[in-house]
Write a protein that binds this ligand. Structure first.
Ligand code: SF4
Length: 326
């Protein structure tokens, strides 16, 4: 049986953090065994909310290193930059003729971004970023898209565009299904529901044990547990949520120790920092391999871009044929 195809991607915003690992990368690494994967560095997508391109290339390299260090295998799946495959732009243009402005304005994540980023006037490219995403997915005839709940509406737009094209010009594209990521987001070090670089509340995948320890030292815990022996409530403590992910074998001990007051926050944080660093150790090791061999990383990207380009070219030939413009 032919393997199904998955397109996964991220915007290159620099070094990744443990929230990226838990929310996406961990899942991607598992999926590469079972599916035919394409890993997209979505560099053009950065422009939808930030026109400064100065760091895009360096951020793309850093992100590729984090992917490789986390276990993405370039021999199984191509890793490539969107900007290097011109067919993304061409398919985006064709798809932009198949969807109305009203439909794009109803996209709930666009509304969230406009509110969160305080955007007064939405640019044309931002309004249509889901059309570009659809082109990213359908260029490789993706059957599945790994997403969180909040991104399901994007996949719906992709399905609509595939349907519209197929109905109008003849069957070519699959209607991709969302593949929901199971693990929830990691809470930020400041207690914010989202770990995010812009909020400066992250632990990077590239951070060394001393840095992890220093960051956790400052992290907020249960505000009612003031003195060491005060009973605490682990359910409101972000350190406990990290223990759940990185130290599951000690979870019941920590739970009871915190509630009875036998466990103090300083010790609990030190333990948590050491477990996170244990988890990061193999990633750091692989990272330092690639950091000292940047040519290898660039070759991996070049190779991934060649492979992705072959597929993209073939799809666009079929698009031209269906549209009778070939
Ligand atoms: S003991 Fe641990 S789980 Fe309890 S409040 Fe302190 S840091 Fe959080």
């Amino acid at each position: 049986m032919t393997k199904k195809t998955i397109l996964s991607g991220m915007r290159p915003t620099g070094k990744l953090h443990i929230g990226h690992y838990v929310g996406a990368l961990e899942n991607w690494v598992k999926l590469q065994e079972e599916y035919n994967n394409f890993y997209l560095i979505a560099d053009y997508h950065v422009l939808t909310t930030n026109l400064n391109t100065e760091n895009i290339y360096q951020n793309s390299i850093e992100m590729a290193i984090d992917w490789l260090a986390s276990g993405i295998d370039p021999n199984k799946s191509p890793i490539f930059r969107q900007s290097q495959i011109k067919e993304h732009a061409e398919l985006h243009l064709i798809f932009s003729m198949l969807i109305t402005v009203n439909r794009l304005e109803r996209n709930p994540t666009l509304k969230d971004q406009v509110r969160d980023l305080n955007i007064e006037n939405v640019i044309y490219g931002h309004l249509g970023y889901t059309v570009l995403q659809s082109a990213d997915i359908l260029l490789y005839k993706g059957n599945l898209v790994p997403v969180g709940e909040d991104q399901v509406p994007h996949v719906e737009i992709t399905r609509e565009l595939a349907r519209k094209f197929n109905n109008h010009y003849g069957i070519l594209f699959p209607e991709p299904e969302p593949l929901l990521t199971k693990f929830a987001r990691l809470v930020g070090l400041d207690g914010n529901a989202k770990m995010s670089k812009s909020l400066n509340n992250t632990i990077l995948l590239s951070e060394k044990p001393e840095e992890v320890k220093a960051k956790l030292k400052k992290a907020v815990t249960d505000p009612k547990k003031v003195r060491r022996n005060d009973p605490g409530n682990p359910d409101v403590c972000l350190i406990f949520s990290y223990h759940k992910k990185f130290n599951p074998s000690e979870i019941s001990e920590i739970n009871s120790g915190c509630r009875s007051g036998a466990l103090g926050c300083v010790d609990c944080k030190l333990n948590c920092a050491s477990k996170i660093s244990q988890f990061l150790e193999p990633i750091l090791e692989k990272r330092s391999h690639y950091e000292t061999r940047l040519d290898e990383v660039k070759d991996i990207l070049r190779d991934g871009e060649n492979k992705a380009h072959q597929v993209a070219k073939e799809t666009m030939n079929q698009v031209h044929e269906k549209m009778k413009i070939g």
